[in-house]
Design a protein around this ligand. Structure first.
Ligand SMILES: C[S@@+](CC[C@H](N)C(=O)[O-])C[C@H]1O[C@@H](n2cnc3c(N)ncnc32)[C@H](O)[C@@H]1O
Length: 458
């Protein structure tokens, strides 16, 4: 069940006393970040950003940062299972305010149950960590006992816990079943337990790149990799700007425009720029609008690496008033991101139904604004990476009903054969992580996306 070997030694010179105990600083950072995700609902990507992330994370060397990310994605992906196995070893539930203790146990159990870290090291460091924190010092003996029992029993207890426990929080579970039915919801839950493959959008020659990188070519020309050796940026073709990382489902919305040669195109929520790159590569004269200056910086850097052109505008879509209207507009709106749980298992623990409702209403306002930027006869694509119909199917239907100047422009199978299995009855696209069986769970699945195409009547 263990998945990856991780080196635990912190070789970075530091004056912190934790440096005397190899691996302690990384475990402390992991527990601190788990607290930020679970208790303060902070996104894991932000916390583990190499430039702007949590200071305790940035103080670690690159190997320890990778270890902390592996621990946290595992601890969050299997949070229900890990909690069940911890609870089974406790005489009584932990006190409700024992957050620090709970995070130490989860971090250690994730390593013992799923990662290639020696069990004794994971237990010993957790006990040292508990002793070093006034909030947990009196529980150090209990940490030792619980983790040793988990270690001893894991061969039999883990498969049973995986079979009997849901790793999906209740708020999402009920929405999933309501939207997709029991069977499809169960397949999505199963897919969420598996790390997503890495898809690349290549500028050209997908078969050649697939061979060079050890991947397979998907029907839409994306190249799928199930494992990589080293960081993405070290792979052939990255520096040269020959490809970019983009889930095959995320590539569909821009493909819905077809040929954009000579067209004026607006990408209204553009960073980090996967779709801007596609639109520019398809021949459009692209204006890429982005609210966040930091994210706009990433967009600029990505386009520069890819040697693709777009005019980048940093600003709020709701105030955007260009002099000339566009032939094509893409609104890839900010959403609850529940379609990306395989890559971002924190999403289900940091978001809730209130976020879905709030983001759906923001998206509806953005969609109304997007229409104003479109020439009569122009094409609009609305997309997001949520699995929730409130942000997709329901939002689109309500939008069409209240905007008579907009007509649906359904996708037909022949124009996008890759997307054909995911066509809805209204000609929109709905993908889920349970879709696209490629023969093994590791090579299968798509991010959850919704995408609909419309026309502004002339
Ligand atoms: C889902 S992401 C876009 C991903 C991007 N289309 C891609 O394919 O790489 C949404 C983006 O919209 C930006 N955003 C959110 N609200 C915005 C607004 N009011 N105006 C412009 N951009 C906004 C966010 O900062 C974020 O970068």
């Amino acid at each position: 069940m263990k998945t990856a070997h991780r080196r635990k030694t912190n070789t970075r010179p530091t004056f912190d006393a934790d440096a005397d105990i190899p691996g302690l600083a990384a475990r402390k950072a992991a527990s601190r970040l788990l607290a930020a995700v679970i208790d303060a609902k902070t996104s894991l990507d932000g916390l583990t950003d190499h430039d702007n992330g949590h200071p305790q994370f940035r103080a670690l060397d690159m190997r320890d940062r990778a270890l902390v990310r592996a621990i946290l994605t595992t601890a969050l992906r299997f949070r229900g299972t890990i909690q069940a196995l911890i609870s089974a070893r406790l005489d009584r539930p932990l006190p409700a305010n024992a957050h620090a203790l709970s995070h130490i146990l989860h971090v250690a159990a994730a390593q013992i149950l799923f990662l290639d870290v020696p069990d004794s090291a994971a237990v010993d460091i957790a006990v040292t960590q508990a002793k070093s924190d006034p909030r947990t010092v009196r529980f150090a003996g209990m940490v030792n006992a619980v983790l040793r029992e988990i270690t001893r029993r894991k061969e039999r207890a883990l498969p049973a816990a995986l079979a009997q426990t849901s790793d999906t929080p209740e708020w999402f579970e009920s929405r999933l079943v309501a939207a997709y039915g029991e069977e499809h919801a169960a397949a999505i839950r199963a897919a969420h337990r598996i790390e997503a493959p890495i898809d690349l959008t290549v500028k050209s020659e997908p078969a050649e790149w697939a061979e060079k990188l050890g991947g397979i070519v998907l029907l839409n020309g994306s190249v799928r990799l199930t494992s990589i050796d080293g960081p993405i940026a070290s792979l052939p073709g990255f520096e040269e700007g020959e490809w970019w990382v983009q889930d095959a489902a995320a590539a569909i919305p821009a493909q819905m425009f077809g040929d954009l040669s000579g067209k004026r195109v607006a990408d209204l929520c553009a960073a980090p720029g996967g779709k801007t790159a596609q639109l520019a590569h398809a021949g459009g004269h692209v204006t890429a609008l982005e609210l966040s200056p930091n994210r706009a910086k990433r967009l600029r850097a990505n386009l520069s690496r890819l040697q693709l052109e777009a005019e980048i505008v940093v600003g709020d879509l709701m105030d955007y008033a260009p002099d000339v209207l566009f032939d094509a507009v893409l609104l890839d709106a900010p959403c609850s991101s529940t379609g990306t749980v395989r890559r971002h298992p924190d999403v289900l623990w940091t978001k809730g139904p209130q976020d879905v409702a709030k983001l759906a209403s923001v998206q509806a306002r953005m969609l109304a604004q997007a229409v104003k930027l479109l020439k009569p006869g122009g094409v609009l694509v609305f997309s997001n990476c949520s699995l929730d119909p409130e942000e997709g199917e329901a939002l689109y239907s309500a939008f069409l009903a209240s905007n008579p100047e907009i007509a649906p422009l359904p996708i037909v199978s022949a124009e996008l054969p890759f997307a054909a299995p995911y066509l809805t009855e209204h000609g929109a696209i709905r993908t889920t992580p349970a879709g696209m069986d490629m023969g093994s769970p590791e090579a299968s699945g798509l991010d959850g996306f919704y995408a609909a195409r419309m026309l502004r009547r002339g």
